[in-house]
Design a protein around this ligand. Structure first.
Ligand SMILES: [Ca+2]
Ligand SMILES: [Ca+2]
Length: 192
């Protein structure tokens, strides 16, 4: 227990930035320290080192991509999504982030799909920024390892920067990130 508390206090006190770190991360107490299980898109600890993502599929209905990644204690994972190349008339943003152990329809209890309990180690924040202005255009926080961020208007017509982080350094997990820009309005439904 003594060791656990010592580790915890170190984690919470850490404000040291990595060389490529964003100053705002240091203010927020993020360390950028990484961990053994971190993903191959590192380093992406700040918006200036955001990992460039590419669409898995683009059609007249929208662009879609998904990746598997890992969030280490206290880090940020930044991604750049090439929305401006889509040239749609309508931009509907749908971001689904799923920590390992949760599932797409975890919030629909009647479906009985895997879900995580609300806990500090399962917290996840997804922020969406306009890549040019760096204005925050959407965000979501989940305490149960499941974040769903949606929006639609011209705010999502430029390239977007996504930041995945844990509000607490206790949050660490493998996660899936699904990003879709739809050229039409529409809601997701979980069908059991
Ligand atoms: Ca990572
Ligand atoms: Ca990172």
């Amino acid at each position: 227990m003594v060791f656990a508390l010592a580790w915890l206090s170190l984690g919470l006190a850490c404000v040291v930035s990595a060389p490529d770190d964003d100053p705002t991360d240091a203010v927020a107490g993020a360390c950028g320290i990484g961990c053994a299980d971190n993903d191959a898109r590192e380093p992406n600890q700040s918006h200036t080192s955001a990992a460039a993502l590419v669409w898995d599929d683009v059609s007249a209905f929208g662009g879609y991509l998904s990746i598997d990644a890992f969030l280490c204690p206290g880090e940020s994972d930044w991604y750049r999504v090439p929305v401006s190349e889509l040239k749609f008339d309508f931009y509907g943003l749908h971001v689904d982030a799923i920590a390992a152990g949760s599932s797409w329809c975890a919030s629909v209890e009647v479906c009985g799909e895997p879900a995580l309990p609300e806990a500090p180690e399962h917290t996840m924040r997804v922020e969406v920024f306009d890549a040019t202005s760096l204005l925050l255009v959407a965000e979501g926080v989940g305490l149960d390892g499941r974040v769903d961020v949606n929006g639609f208007d011209e705010s999502f017509a430029n390239d977007l920067l996504l930041r995945v982080s844990g509000p607490t350094p206790l949050a660490t997990y493998a996660y899936e990130l699904h990003v879709e820009i739809r050229s039409f309005g529409g809601e997701d439904e979980c069908e059991c």
